[in-house]
Design a protein around this ligand. Structure first.
Ligand code: ZN
Length: 273
């Protein structure tokens, strides 16, 4: 068996930029969770550095997050709480890194709030996500102040190329190191990103398909109330959870990282050290 190309060269760098956090009760994050235990959640932007280019996978909360939430419908605003940290823009400036683009897991506020901070970069979303963002169904978490005219969206289509059990994919630099796959359900155009640092070090960022990694192990959805408001197609989310379970069984070395699960994100940071 020949080794995949990415095993020969460990030149991808993965860094988590934390932009905010919340500390809800575990029960609000998954079906059957505890009403007595807190579940630390984070709002990350993931910085990916590759010899052919650097990009952010999601932006987390941007410099305008507090103003943007004022534009939310009242009930969504009441349900949206966060403690804000330093924005991805400020952290990128501090590091002196030049970015080429931003790729969104999906367009919801807590993942795209920082897009306005990068008016010079193309913001890549799937064709399906762009279409969804314009519908009324999306309006609680995708609203006008998120995406003013200055935001340069660039839509793309995933190829009908199976990758790790997911029927649609896109190999970003053509070397198998960074591969996007379709994860429709939470939103119609949601994508996940495989970050293949080496044969043993593989991270799979799954956006908001689940909030809590235990949901994959237990095969359960989000808490019913949360699910009702955030998951566009709950039945499809369940299919994605089953695919993630199958993936974990086949490829136990893959670290599956739900965006907001602070424990999983910490494990990914540790793995990428
Ligand atoms: Zn989210």
């Amino acid at each position: 068996m020949s080794l995949p190309v990415w095993s020969q060269n460990e030149s991808v760098k993965f860094t988590v930029l934390k932009t905010g956090s919340i500390d809800p009760l575990e029960a609000t994050t998954l079906q059957g969770g505890s009403w007595f235990k807190r579940f630390p959640m984070t709002h990350p932007a993931f910085l990916i550095e590759h010899p052919k280019g650097n990009f952010l996978f999601d932006t987390g909360l941007g410099t305008k997050a507090k103003e943007q939430v004022q534009d939310m419908v009242w009930w969504a605003r009441l349900a949206t709480e966060f403690n804000q940290d330093v924005s991805a823009l400020e952290q990128i400036k501090e590091k002196g890194i030049k970015l080429d683009r931003i790729i969104l897991s999906h367009a919801h506020f807590d993942h795209s709030s920082g897009v306005v901070d990068f008016p010079d970069l193309p913001i890549e979303v799937t064709v399906e996500e762009m279409a969804f963002a314009k519908t009324k169904d999306a309006s609680a978490a995708i609203f006008p102040s998120l995406f003013p005219e200055t935001v340069q969206f660039k839509t793309y289509e995933l190829e009908a190329k199976e990758y790790e059990g997911f029927p649609k994919s896109r190999d970003i630099y053509g070397d198998g190191k960074l591969v996007l796959v379709g994860l429709p359900g939470h939103t119609p155009g949601s994508v996940g990103l495989f970050v293949n640092l080496s044969i043993e070090k593989r991270i799979f960022l799954v956006g908001d398909t689940v909030w809590n990694a235990d949901a994959i192990e237990q095969g359960v959805p989000k808490f019913w109330f949360s699910k009702k408001f955030v998951d566009n197609k709950p039945d499809e989310v369940m299919l994605r959870i089953q695919e993630l379970q199958a993936l974990q069984k086949r490829s136990p070395e893959v670290l599956i990282v739900p965006s907001h699960d602070a424990r999983s994100v910490a494990k990914a940071m540790e793995l990428a050290k």
